[in-house]
Design a protein around this ligand. Sequence first.
Ligand code: NAP
Length: 443
Amino acid sequence: MDEIRDAILADELDAVAALPVPGSYRAVLVRKDEQDMFEGLSTKEKDPRKSLHVEEVPTPELGPGEAVVAVMASSVNYNTVWTSIFEPVSTFGFLERYGRLHDLAKRHDLPYHVVGSDLAGVVLRVGPGVNRWKPGDEVVAHCLSVELEDPAGHDDTMLDPQQRIWGFETNFGGLAELALVKSNQLMPKPAHLTWEEAAAPGLVNSTAYRQLVSRNGAGMKQGDVVLIWGASGGLGSYATQMALNGGAIPVCVVGSAEKAEIVRSMGAELVIDRSAEDYRFWKDADTQDPREWQRLGKKIRELTGGDDVDIVFEHPGRDTFGASVYVAKKGGTIVTCASTTGYLHQYDNRYLWMNLKRIIGSHFANYSEAWEANRLIDKGLVHPTLSKVYPMEDVGQAACDVKGNLHQGKVGVLTLAPREGLGVKDTAKREKHLAAINRFRGV
Ligand code: NAP
């Protein structure tokens, strides 16, 4: 592995291609025999530092249409938090089901699950049938894994009945020194970014793109008022940039004065600090308070000069969904991709049907949407929102930061890269965007 790392660091990419693929590698994983370890504990008490391990594992056999990538850096997504606390279900069920699909898929059903749904690195080997990518290519990977044997997946690959999120519903994820991906997950690494910066946006940036911009999501247009929950978080920090780029009017909701400063520094002018406002949408565990929804609506109108919300960018779920449905304008859209605070939502349906609002479900992105989202990064129109970077050994702490909402934007993880700041090829472009790239660093 050291030879591979050294060749990449020396930018000898032809030499990388000639090196043998190691028979084993270090990876971040959860163990099947520990999947009940948190039984009886509350979500708050479940500690990813106890369940995420860094271990040496055998390199999987390379199949047709696949690539083995030497991973220089990866990042923590919320799905790794879910895997690490075995909520809402243990991800070993996904691996067992996938393993029953066909012979090659059986490789994924193991007593351990290598997690991680982002990477930046260098292709080491490609399997039969791969023409577009070759060993030595510098890449990032999106996390959509599809089989595409069913006609249903051919209009929009997210609709493939065998659609999976790599590193969450499949094994051999990106939080490791090597990763196994399908070649149609690969995309070019933006040359002006370091390894850890390039690995940060993938999953959340692509998800935000489909959810907010794509016609498969809310189809945002110029002048739309977009309410963005968690506007400085993983998804929200990209949604905010897309709203600003696309001529929309983001109303950014954040949980502290520091986070309000960050979204202002990105160019957002309309910001709501939900902790300062102290919204109490729930009177008790079962009852919401519509007066609090009204208070939020009034605040939004104050900020927008009287406009209501065209699109609500939803992901907190149970805590906020009632308010989100209420504040969307007549004919407006609530687009949701998650339920961090609980998936059994409660809202007053009268506001939805009488006001012809729509709720749209959105999930990750198809290859073409992920490619567009990566292109925005490459063009310097959207920037990584990396705030902190951990070595692979400290991945448990990195996941704890995200679980505890102690982070901003994205949290990176170095895998093969020995330190931060490596991998930049286009220094002129980097210089041009440096302030924006560094906006989240050290906050
Ligand atoms: P994140 O980085 O933790 O950001 C979420 C933000 O939500 C936090 O920064 C927090 O911001 C805000 N938030 C938390 N609790 C809240 C509450 N009770 N009320 C209002 N806002 C709250 O996570 P992420 O990466 O953005 O992911 C968010 C969710 O989306 C996770 O559940 C994740 O699994 C899911 N997700 C789904 C997909 C998909 O494809 N379906 C893709 C990516 C992520 P403030 O404290 O500043 O308000």
